[in-house]
Write a protein that binds this ligand. Structure first.
Ligand SMILES: [Fe+2]
Length: 398
């Protein structure tokens, strides 16, 4: 292990978690302890499909009154967050809200965090973008994910689109008080959503394991998540009603969420953020394209860590060198992407070659993520990563 790791002290922070089949049925009893009136933040999809009923029923059973807010789109913008903040201050001016419940994919959970934040911090929300800028913890927050990927239910970040790029509010003050992770809620995800959210979870686990902030707490979480995704994502993708695979994926996403929230993602999410919004590529798909190239780039610095990842993936290590194992971990990510019908290059999703220079520049703006990367990414390196990623040439030197 490289000497720079584990030498600094790390603070570990996580919400209370209820995880397992039918965990959502505990919502009523735990919600009651938070008060009598909830603001439920859920995506329109949850309302239109009727999936929200499980939350409504549980709150009603417990005698908790609620209002639902759903006026935002997936991968929400800062403007949508400001609109929600305005709504929260308006509602709070004439009625008492005791707590917030977020229900849905990562975007809905992030917007629930915005609602909680807005209850105790003056607008505009934009001033809290960055690390540790939130002034006060807001209303208590319960998050209930319906996908297995974002890890938002346990993370301290809110991802918002600003000026065409993903940016974050990172603060312990936006972390949930309680995460309720029920795999049954993920059963209705279509294969395409299963694959992209599952690859997001894998990216969190691998990037947290590569991060310079990886530590004794996050390493086992990351490796276990990598192992569970490797065994179960193909199954969940090919047979959505395989409850064992769904359960394992929900648990893996949770572990990966805890890992990245306490160790940070690194260059993979930085590269993905550089092009996802501009070309309308869903977050998980963008992370999937970036992941193998960033692993390859990092191999010079942390081959032994990539070899650990290969072993966690179930690759037989006997007789192989560290570098051979590291290469196999990268090859396995590419195999997985192909099995899940996900793209493995920028060319494949129609990104024009002449945009490479601009995209590399965008990547360099993601300083918080790049600072956690084990190998320095400067202008030259970013351009090279994007050139190779555009061609899809995993054999190229990086
Ligand atoms: Fe992510």
């Amino acid at each position: 292990m490289s000497s720079f790791r584990g030498l600094r002290a790390h603070k570990i922070k996580m919400p209370e978690v209820v995880v397992g089949i039918d965990a959502v049925k505990r919502l009523g009893e735990v919600a009651k302890a938070f008060g009598n009136k909830a603001l439920v933040v859920a995506g329109r999809g949850s309302l239109e499909s009727g999936r929200i009923k499980v939350i409504e029923d549980e709150l009603a059973k417990a005698g908790v009154d609620f209002t639902i807010y759903s006026d935002f789109k997936p991968e929400p913008t800062l403007n949508q967050a400001e609109k929600l903040a305005e709504y929260v201050s308006r509602v709070l001016s004439y009625e008492k809200i005791d707590f917030v419940v977020g229900f849905g994919g990562g975007s809905s959970l992030d917007m629930a965090k915005v609602a909680s934040l807005a209850s105790a911090n003056p607008r505009p929300i934009g001033q809290y973008m960055g690390v540790d800028k939130v002034l006060r913890k807001g209303l208590p927050l319960i998050l209930v994910p319906t996908t297995a990927g974002s890890g938002s239910e346990v993370s301290k970040s809110i991802v918002l689109v600003r000026d065409g790029m993903k940016d974050g509010i990172v603060s312990e003050k936006v972390m949930a008080d309680l995460a309720i992770v029920d795999p049954v809620l993920t059963i209705t995800m279509p294969p395409s959503l299963t694959s992209m959210t599952g690859i997001d979870a894998l990216s969190h686990a691998i990037e947290a394991y590569m991060s310079i902030n990886a530590n004794v707490f996050t390493d086992p979480l990351a490796l276990k998540a990598i192992s569970m995704v490797s065994t179960n994502l193909r199954k969940a993708y090919s047979n959505g009603s395989d409850l064992d695979a769904r359960k394992a994926m929900s648990e893996a996403a949770l572990l990966a969420g805890l890992a990245f929230s306490n160790a940070s993602n690194c260059a993979g999410h930085a590269a993905a953020s550089a092009f996802a919004v501009k070309y309308g590529v869903p977050h998980g798909v963008a992370c999937g394209i970036s992941l193998p190239y960033v692993m390859k780039f990092n191999m010079l610095a942390i081959a032994e860590r990539l070899a650990d990842i290969a072993i966690a993936m179930g690759i037989e290590g006997e007789g192989l060198s560290t570098r051979e194992l590291a290469q196999l971990a990268i090859a396995e990510v590419i195999d997985l992407l192909m099995d899940l019908d996900l793209p493995t290059s920028l060319q494949e999703i129609g990104v024009p070659e002449e945009d490479i220079v601009k995209l590399a520049d965008n990547m360099l703006k993601m300083t918080r993520l790049l600072e956690a990367n084990p190998r320095r990414v400067g202008p030259e390196e970013a351009r090279k990563i994007f050139e190779v990623m555009w061609r899809g040439d995993i054999e190229a030197k990086l």
